[in-house]
Design a protein. Structure first.
Length: 150
């Protein structure tokens, strides 16, 4: 790590990804509970796999922040305010759930890419690797959600 300023910028970036992921996890769980229609079983199962994966990821991201001797963001209001993901309420069509969640995954990918770049700038390959993993996971989710809409 090159400087205190660089470390702070990195932990702020990681906290953004943490907030994004937590908010998207919550919205994915909401979609899981309330999805209906012919694609119910496939989407219900896919949404569950996604929110369970994100639940594990938020812990890993928060622990990385703590390993950098900073504090992880927390509390529903703080997470939502930081993430700024548009919330939705049930009932929605299957396609609407998918489109809303795609927007969330796209935001996580963009913010994780920023955090990855900062990690590279401050020579923190562990955080860089974590963000690469997050980008890969969310890009795969996007592929699957896009495929559902075709």
């Amino acid at each position: 790590m090159t400087s205190t300023v660089g470390k702070t910028h990195l932990t702020d970036s990681l906290n953004q990804v943490l907030a994004d992921t937590y908010a998207l996890m919550s919205l994915t769980h909401l979609a899981h509970w309330n999805v209906e229609g012919q694609g119910f079983f496939a989407l219900h199962t896919a949404f569950q796999a996604q929110y369970e994966e994100m639940f594990a990821a938020v812990d890993e991201i928060a622990e990385r922040i703590r390993a950098l001797d900073a504090y992880a963001i927390g509390g529903l209001a703080a997470l939502a305010d930081t993430a700024k993901l548009k919330e939705f309420a049930a009932p929605l069509s299957q396609e609407s759930y998918v489109k809303h969640l795609m927007t969330g995954h796209e935001k996580v990918v963009a913010d994780a890419a920023k955090a990855r770049a900062v990690a590279g700038e401050v020579n923190d390959p562990e955080s860089e690797d974590l963000m690469i993993q997050r980008i890969t996971t969310h890009e795969k989710a996007l592929w699957m959600l896009r495929s559902f809409l075709k």
